[in-house]
Design a protein around this ligand. Structure first.
Ligand code: GLN
Length: 485
C-alpha cells in the first residue's frame, strides 16, 4: 500500500505511531499530483509551499502530543471554498485571479485542527453542471476511464479521491454535486441536511439548496469529516444550532430491524439494467443483515427536476449579480461607461452554461412570470418536502440509485442541456426537501465504471444514513477497488 492510498484513519494511525510524518505524507501526495494530474485534471491550483509549511507545523503539533484525527492529513477543497491567500476561481474566468481575504468556515475548522491543504479542485463553473465540462479550466477526467467524465459539479473532488491525490476532500451539493460524482468515481459522498454545515465563505450558487459535505474513500472518513465541519456558525444565519454528535459512534455495522423505504418512482423503466441489478444486490445484502424493506411513494418526484431548475436558476441569477466588474473578479478593458462595463465584464467572464442559467433565472423572476414560475416552484417544493416527511413516518432511511446510469462519456451530453439536467433526477429531490443523503460504492458496470447507492435520511438523520452506509460497506468490497491509474 502506498502512502497516497491511505484513508484519514489509516494515515492518522501512522502519524500517531510516528511511522510517518505529515511532511512525508504531504510530499507523497504532491508527487502523486505531479505524476498524474496532467491526465486527471482534478486540480485548478496546487499549493506545494503552503502545504509543506503546514505539514511541518502539524508535525511539531504531533511532537508536542497535540494531535487529533485531522492533524497532518493532506486534503483538497473544491475551488468554491474561499481560502485566505490562495486563489479561488469557482472554475470561472470571471474569478480567474481572485485571492480571497478570508477562509470559509468549513475550511477554517479543518485548518484549525491541523489539516494540510494540497490544492483547489476542479468543478463545473459556479457548480452549474453534472460533468465538470463547464469548467473554464478544462474538464476533469474519470480515473476509472479517462474517456469518461467524473460527474459534477464536484468532479475534481471525486476524481482526486479516486486517483488518490489527496486523502479527503470537501465538495458542495446543490442538486447532487457531491453524491453524483462520488457515485461515478467509486467514492463516498455525503450531503448533510440543509443547515448542518455553515455556508459562510462558500461561493453561492443557489443559497436555499447549497450544502457543504465530504467526498472520501470510506464511510468512516465521511463521518470524521462531517463531525469536523458541522455546527452552528454565527456568520451563516441558516446554520442550525443543534449539538453535533460524534458521527463515528454510528459505525456499528448494525442494521437489524432498520426500516428501509424503496420509492417506486425511483425504480423506473429508464434505469440502466446494471444499476438496477446493483440495487437488487444491495437490497439482498441488507436483507441478509436483518434490514426490512417497504415500498413507499414520493408522488411529486416527477416535478422535482423542473422545480429545481426554476428555483436554482432564480437564486443563481440573483447571487451572480455581484460579479459586475466593480468589486470582484474580471473587469473588461476600456469600457465606454458603466453599463458597458457591466455588460462586457460579464459577457467576457461567464461561460455558456452560467449565462444560460442567469437568463433562465432572470426570466423566472421577472414581473408577469414570477407567479407562474418561481412562486409555483416554491409551492411544488413544499409538496416534495411533505412527500419525504410523510415517508419518514414509516421508514428510517430511503434507498435509491444515485444516478440512472454509470458515468457518461466526455462530450456526450454537452450539446443537450436537458439530458445533462436529467442525470440528477435521483439526487435533486433531497436538496429540495433539505434533507441528507449519502452515496456509497455498490457495484461496477461491465465497462468497469463504478455504480453508487444512495441512502436518504430524515432531516438531521445523518447518524442513521452513516450507520446504514457503513454496514453496507462492511458487508461488501466495492469501496476497496482502485481506479487503474
Ligand atoms: N447538476 C446540478 C446543476 O447543474 C447540480 C449541481 C450542484 O449540485 N451544484 O445545477
Amino acid at each position: 500500500m502506498e502512502i497516497f492510498d491511505f484513508t484519514i484513519h489509516e494515515l492518522h494511525d501512522r502519524l500517531k505511531k510516528k511511522e510517518l510524518s505529515s511532511v512525508e505524507a504531504t510530499r507523497a501526495m504532491l508527487a502523486r499530483i505531479e505524476a498524474i494530474d496532467a491526465t486527471v485534471n482534478a486540480f485548478i491550483t496546487v499549493t506545494p509551499e503552503e502545504a509543506l509549511a503546514s505539514a511541518a507545523e502539524a508535525d511539531s503539533r504531533i511532537a508536542r502530543g497535540e494531535m487529533d484525527l485531522l492533524t497532518g492529513i493532506p486534503i483538497a477543497l473544491k475551488d468554491i471554498f474561499l481560502t485566505k491567500g490562495v486563489r479561488t476561481t469557482c472554475a470561472s474566468r470571471i474569478l480567474e485571479n481572485f485571492v480571497p481575504p478570508y477562509d470559509a468556515t468549513s475550511w477554517l475548522k479543518l485548518k484549525e485542527r491541523g489539516a494540510v491543504l494540497v490544492g483547489k479542485l476542479n468543478q463545473d463553473e459556479f457548480a452549474m453542471g453534472s460533468s465538470c465540462e463547464s469548467s473554464a479550466f478544462g474538464p476533469s477526467r474519470n480515473p476509472w476511464n479517462t474517456e469518461f467524465t467524473p460527474g459534477g459539479s464536484s468532479g475534481g473532488s471525486a476524481a482526486c479521491i479516486a486517483a488518490r491525490q489527496a486523502i479527503a476532500t470537501l465538495g458542495t451539493d446543490t442538486g447532487g454535486s457531491i453524491r453524483q460524482p462520488a457515485a461515478h468515481c467509486g467514492c463516498v459522498g455525503l450531503k448533510p441536511t440543509y443547515g448542518r454545515v455553515s455556508r459562510y465563505g462558500v461561493i453561492a450558487y443557489a443559497s436555499s439548496l447549497d450544502q457543504v459535505g465530504p467526498v472520501t474513500r470510506d464511510v468512516r472518513d465521511a463521518a470524521i469529516m462531517l463531525g469536523a465541519i458541522a455546527g452552528h456558525d454565527p456568520m451563516d444565519s441558516t446554520s442550525v444550532n443543534r449539538p453535533v454528535p460524534d458521527y463515528t459512534r454510528s459505525l456499528t455495522g448494525e442494521v437489524k430491524g432498520l426500516k428501509v423505504g424503496l420509492p417506486k418512482e425511483y425504480f423506473i423503466d429508464g434505469l440502466d439494467p446494471e444499476v438496477q441489478q446493483a440495487m437488487e444486490l444491495a437490497i439482498e445484502t441488507y436483507r441478509g443483515m436483518g434490514a426490512e424493506f417497504v415500498e413507499i411513494s414520493l408522488p411529486h418526484t416527477d416535478y422535482a427536476v423542473a422545480c429545481y431548475y426554476l428555483i436554482a436558476t432564480a437564486e443563481a441569477s440573483s447571487n451572480l449579480a455581484r460579479y459586475d466588474g466593480v468589486r470582484f473578479g474580471h473587469r473588461c478593458q476600456d469600457p465606454q461607461g458603466l453599463l458597458e462595463m457591466y455588460r462586457r465584464s460579464r459577457a467576457e467572464g461567464f461561460g455558456t452554461e452560467v449565462k444560460r442559467r442567469i437568463m433562465l433565472g432572470t426570466y423566472a423572476l421577472s414581473s408577469g412570470y414570477y407567479d407562474a414560475y418561481y412562486l409555483k416552484a416554491q409551492k411544488v417544493r413544499t409538496l416534495i418536502m411533505q412527500d419525504f416527511l410523510k415517508a419518514f413516518e414509516s421508514v428510517d432511511v430511503i434507498l435509491t440509485p444515485v444516478t440512472p446510469t454509470p458515468a457518461f462519456r466526455l462530450g456526450e451530453k454537452c450539446n443537450d442541456p436537458l439530458q445533462m439536467y436529467l442525470s440528477d433526477i435521483f439526487t435533486i429531490p433531497t436538496n429540495l426537501a433539505g434533507t441528507c443523503g449519502i452515496s456509497v460504492p455498490a457495484g461496477m458496470s461491465s465497462d468497469g465504471l463504478p455504480i453508487g447507492l444512495q441512502l436518504i435520511g430524515r432531516p438531521f438523520g445523518e447518524e442513521e444514513i452513516i450507520r446504514a452506509a457503513h454496514a453496507f460497506e462492511q458487508a461488501t468490497t466495492w469501496h476497496q477497488q482502485k481506479a487503474p491509474l
